[in-house]
Design a binder for this molecule. Structure first.
Ligand SMILES: Cc1cc2nc3c(=O)[nH]c(=O)nc-3n(C[C@H](O)[C@H](O)[C@H](O)COP(=O)(O)O)c2cc1C
Length: 504
């Protein structure tokens, strides 16, 4: 009897202390936010469900270290309600940024992006393209990110947040281990109470954030009238900077705009228009979301509401991670599985390309001579001006309006092709809009799209996100970015790239 009383007293203390510290800051996750899989849970996942049903028992609660402190460089983000997405009036907003009310519970978030030293210490390797202990780690996939979270949790005696079964990952929301923020948590933390395009009053200059500083917010429509810009073009550093190099946002978080983008938990899908509490995104999908923009992004793609996407097994030198910890005991699980996109590169190949000044055409012709594949030029009915300054204006106008220029020609029998090598110039950090028309015209289910992009220094920009959003049912192969025409080394680069994608 005495023992039971002691256990009950200890439990009461435990509950009081966790309520005192965190209870007021978070509302517990509601049942409606818990995703469950229609499919049978994996054996590991079943174990978690069993544990949950036993969480009421005193023994389980005594064992669960809910009060493990967050590391010093984490701040408590108090929960609250906010408007997620962007207002219709926001310049350069995407149609997938539908504004809706979201309530998030409190959580701890790392003030800085995860560094290479932190990654190396846990994983014993460093995948980054730029080397430096205090630089953000980049160039690792979403699957690598959840693996890192679990490995670090284990190292520090926390319960791993994820059950990883190949491509399928279940998030045990009760676990106290390191995890990715949800998309809603990320935007809530970035906005820090603001409803403007960026958390700062104006848009970031190159002195406020590390990004493609030549192209600040709204440069596109003011390229020839830069006096109208509130923020002038600044330095493009072309690389990552040590984390925390600029002023933090009002919540004390550094580099929420720029340096590297950050993986979040959610699969990409359309937002609900209904109010949500602690949303965790859909159970299945083909693309994970990443947020915040990086050193290689234009100002418009650093916006608090901008949603970038990539397959969960792909990586980018522009993309890293920021860690999160629960601030209180979460409940339930979010089960996710990658939707089966079973295409393999190869099969019958079509080279489809758009080119304005001939560089992409040159690369397409080289690919054709190496593969003998069919070739198709994407041609708008109304051609763009041949004058450089005029086409700059026409292209930004089309992109701003998300125009779909009518095409003069069509692929006769798209069904016969398994792989589409899709070529285009980087236009304003994305694809030219005739390529968007092309992507919307055909069903790419079961096909592989392998992008090749000619650019003037911006590599792919956000063109891979644009392609993935327009052809969500295609597998996106390893892309090739070529500086202008690619010079003398282009044929070898093409050969190596075809080889990577198993195309003869
Ligand atoms: C309208 C327009 C917009 C452009 N925007 C970008 C850009 O955002 N980033 C970049 O690196 N290059 C940009 N460029 C440069 C082109 O990507 C580059 O010149 C490319 O090699 C052109 O390919 P093409 O000859 O097949 O048209 C732009 C060029 C034009 C005409």
């Amino acid at each position: 009897m005495k023992r039971i009383c002691l256990i009950l007293a200890a439990l009461t203390l435990l509950l009081l202390s966790s309520c005192g510290q965190e209870g007021a800051l978070m509302s517990s996750a509601t049942e409606s936010t818990i995703s469950s899989s229609a499919a049978e849970p994996t054996p590991e996942a079943s174990k978690i469900f069993e544990n949950e049903s036993q969480l009421e028992s005193k023994e389980e609660m005594e064992e669960k270290p809910v009060d493990m402190p967050a590391p010093e460089n984490f701040v408590l983000i108090s929960g609250g309600e906010f408007q997620m997405g962007s207002p219709d009036t926001e310049a350069w907003r995407g149609t997938d940024e539908t504004r809706h009310t979201v309530t998030v519970s409190g959580f701890y978030m790392s003030t800085c992006e995860l560094t290479q030293a932190e990654y190396q210490a846990v994983m014993g390797e460093n995948p980054s393209s730029f080397a430096g202990d205090n630089l953000p780690v980049e160039n690792f996939s979403w699957l690598d990110a959840v693996n890192y979270c679990n490995a670090r949790s284990e190292q520090e005696g926390r319960t791993p947040a994820y059950i990883i079964d190949g491509e399928n990952v279940t998030w045990n929301r009760a676990a106290n281990g390191y995890r990715l923020p949800t998309e809603a948590e990320w935007e809530y933390a970035c906005r820090a109470g603001t409803e403007t395009p960026f958390y700062m009053e104006n848009s970031p200059s190159a002195d406020d954030a590390n990004y493609y500083g030549h192209y600040p917010y709204q440069i596109e429509e003011n390229y020839f009238s830069q006096g109208n810009l509130t923020v002038q073009p600044g330095e493009y550093r072309g690389e990552t900077l040590p984390v925390g190099s600029f002023e933090p946002n009002p919540f004390g978080l550094y580099d929420m705009h720029g340096n590297v983008s950050e993986w979040v938990w959610d699969f990409y899908s359309a937002y609900s228009t209904e109010p949500q509490t602690d949303p965790t995104g859909p159970e299945t999908g083909t693309l994970r979301v990443y947020r915040g923009g990086g050193w290689n992004d234009f100002g418009k793609n650093l916006r608090s509401a901008y949603r970038a996407t990539l397959a969960q097994d792909k990586s980018s030198f522009n993309l890293g991670l920021r860690l999160v910890l629960n601030a209180g005991a979460g409940t339930g699980s979010a089960v996710t599985s990658a939707a089966g996109k079973q295409a393999e590169s190869g099969g019958k190949v079509l080279i489809a390309y758009f080119s304005w000044s001939g560089n992409t055409r040159g690369i397409a012709d080289e690919i054709q001579s190496q593969t003998g594949a069919d070739i198709f030029e994407i041609t708008p009915v109304t051609p763009y001006s041949s004058d450089y300054n005029t086409v700059l204006d026409e292209a930004q106008r089309d992109q701003n309006q998300q125009a779909r220029p009518e095409l003069a020609n069509h692929v006769e029998d798209m069904a016969q092709y398994d792989t589409i090598l899709l070529g285009y110039p980087n236009w304003w950090a994305s694809i030219p809009m005739p390529v968007a028309t092309f992507l919307e015209e055909y069903d790419f289910t079961g096909k592989t799209i392998v992008p090749f992009c000619s650019h003037g220094g911006g590599r792919f920009g956000q063109s891979l996100t644009a392609i993935a959003k327009l052809a969500p049912d295609a597998v996106i192969g390893e892309g090739l970015s070529v500086h202008y025409s690619g010079g003398a080394g282009m044929p070898d680069d093409v050969a190596a790239w075809l080889n990577t994608n198993s195309i003869d």
